[in-house]
Ligand binder design. Structure first.
Ligand code: 6PG
Length: 257
């Protein structure tokens, strides 16, 4: 049974807690189908940025299932990514490959609606090309406005590829930034915090006991370590956190009432 544990979004991010990742993913699919229909009805299309990692995989599998292949009007959806590793699109670490194999290869989405980050280029070249691509479709000299951005959280409080104390996490001018990591870690490309905070809707998906401490700090203690995930607070949009019981294990619900 889902529990909505708080209403005061100005005090705490809005949180929903689910029994497990399967229930969380089913709720996320419904949430996204609902807002994509509403946005498409009013603007004609729906821009959604996907994160990588393990947590969103059941959601992406649902997108590719018979239920959501029809439920979502994929011809009107523009797909972007929150971040990407600097690898070719067929590399096992590619976030594009994850989404393509899970659902993009199964739904009727026009190829031109898929805005892949060209991870085969250098991090800076890929970042600049992706920023141009985003601006071409989401316009504006200012920061682009995504209808929905799906995010995860690392145990260290990172989100997208905005790692604590990194240059990319401090970037406040560029829409997209390169991320340089020590080998064997792969360099990356990421949306920057001001871009994330310009979204209409942010949806965090967080599962597992390994995230319980960072969730406690961000959701309930005001993010004392200034984790990048906790700095995602849309200026004029909304932020929703979908947690499973394990990730929410340390939350004391009376904080929300
Ligand atoms: C990525 C993601 C990254 C991810 C977190 C959580 O490209 O890896 O954008 O920010 O969301 O690392 O990953 P898990 O879902 O695997 O815990």
């Amino acid at each position: 049974m889902e529990t909505t544990v708080n209403q005061d979004t100005h005090l705490y991010p809005k949180v929903q807690i689910f029994s497990d990742l399967e229930a969380l993913s089913a709720a996320a699919a419904e949430f996204i189908a609902t807002i994509s229909r509403k946005v498409t009805e009013s603007t004609g299309n729906f821009s959604m940025a996907l994160s990588g990692g393990v947590t969103p995989r059941p959601l992406y599998a649902l997108f590719g299932s018979t239920l959501y292949r029809e439920r979502i009007d994929w011809k009107r959806v523009r797909i972007f990514w929150t971040d990407e590793r600097c690898v070719p699109p067929d590399h096992p670490e590619s976030n594009y490959k994850l989404a393509f194999d899970s659902f993009l290869s199964r739904v009727s989405i026009p190829p031109n609606n898929i805005h892949r980050i060209k991870g085969e280029a250098s991090a800076d070249q890929a970042a600049r090309a992706y920023e141009r691509d985003i601006r071409l479709f989401l316009g504006g000299p200012a920061f682009p406005i995504f209808d929905l951005i799906i995010l995860g959280v690392g145990e260290d409080g990172h989100t997208a590829s905005l790692f604590p104390a990194s240059g990319a996490a401090k970037e406040r001018v560029r829409v997209v930034a390169p991320v340089y990591l020590e080998p064997p870690k792969l360099n990356r490309v990421t949306l920057t915090l001001p871009t994330l905070n310009n979204a209409v809707q942010i949806l965090f998906l967080v599962s597992g006991k390994s995230k319980q401490n960072v969730i406690k700090e961000i959701v309930e203690q005001g993010n004392p370590h200034h984790y990048p995930a906790g700095l995602v607070q849309p200026r004029q949009g909304y932020s929703m956190w979908f947690l499973d019981n394990d990730a929410a294990n340390l939350l004391t619900q009376n904080n929300y009432r």
